[in-house]
Design a protein around this ligand. Structure first.
Ligand code: NAD
Length: 246
């Protein structure tokens, strides 16, 4: 184990309160591509065109085809060792909040409990008319799908230019504010407001552990910048017990 991983592990062992921010990289080892791995494009379309209210209003069937393709590929993915390590950390630490930008549901599937889904959930369908939501993991045969009320359903995710789910940023900021250690894993930290959670923690001098195979804009400012896949590094940070918060 490298000395920086060991030092980060020691900081984590002392923590009574931990806040985590995860991004698409945490699901990379489960076979789900990150946003930037394909240059921000899907086939010849920009993600911004597929993931905006304007794009949906223009061509809901096309947008739904994209989401349905993603739903089907995510449905065959399983949580990896990084997801599992975060479940174990939540079990051991006194206060724990998992703020995620991921909408793939793998943190839930792994068993994490206190999750703040900053960008929604791809398994949720929301009615554009009555606003009712339901979780639906089945293959959607008719696209776009419709609600019982007759309104068109949309994916329960946050699109570019939309507000985050009510209260999500407040819960995430509180958790980061009260944390002894902040872990930032698998995110390019380029998408705001989620990325804005990190600087206040560093300004307050909270120990911050970044896990990413590549450097990000925050790498030189965090306390521990651990380069590598989260499915390898997170288990190293959390392995063999210890008395957390001591
Ligand atoms: P991003 O694609 O911008 O960044 C991914 C980051 O993960 C990069 O910094 C990359 O170096 C890192 N990474 C790649 N492989 C990794 C690994 N094995 N271990 C750890 N890190 C690894 O993703 P983002 O920062 O989450 O922001 C992009 C937006 O796209 C978010 O809004 C997110 O909701 C959305 N998104 C979500 C999913 C998902 O739910 N799985 C997938 C793609 C995009």
């Amino acid at each position: 184990m490298s000395s920086s991983v060991e030092a980060a592990r020691t900081a984590l062992l002392r923590a009574g309160s931990v806040a985590v921010l995860t991004g698409a990289g945490v699901s990379a080892e489960s076979g789900i591509p990150t946003f930037r791995s394909n240059g921000g494009y899907w086939r010849t379309h920009r993600f911004e065109d597929l993931a905006t209210p304007q794009g949906f209003a223009r061509d809901p069937k096309f947008v739904w085809e994209w989401y349905e393709e993603r739903r089907r590929s995510i449905a065959s993915a399983t949580p990896n060792a990084g997801h599992a390590a975060l479940v174990e950390l939540e079990r051991r630490v006194r206060r724990f909040t998992l703020n995620t930008q991921n909408m793939d549901g793998l943190h839930d599937l792994a068993g994490s409990k206190n999750i703040v889904k900053l960008h929604g959930d791809i398994w949720v369908l929301r009615c554009t008319r009555c606003r009712r939501e339901r979780v639906d993991r089945t293959v959607l045969r008719e696209l776009p799908p419709y609600c019982e009320c007759g309104g068109m359903l949309r994916p329960g995710v946050v699109w570019f230019g939309e507000m985050l789910p009510e209260g999500a940023m407040e819960r995430a900021s509180d958790a980061v504010h009260n944390a002894d250690v902040v872990i930032v894993a698998g995110t390019s930290a380029r998408v705001y407001p989620a990325a804005g959670l990190i600087p206040p923690a560093m300004e307050r001098g909270t120990a911050a552990i970044e896990i990413n195979p590549e450097a990000t804009d925050f790498s030189s400012d965090v306390t521990f910048s651990l380069r590598g896949p989260s499915a390898e590094i997170l288990p190293m940070l959390i392995m063999d017990g210890g008395n957390y918060g001591s």
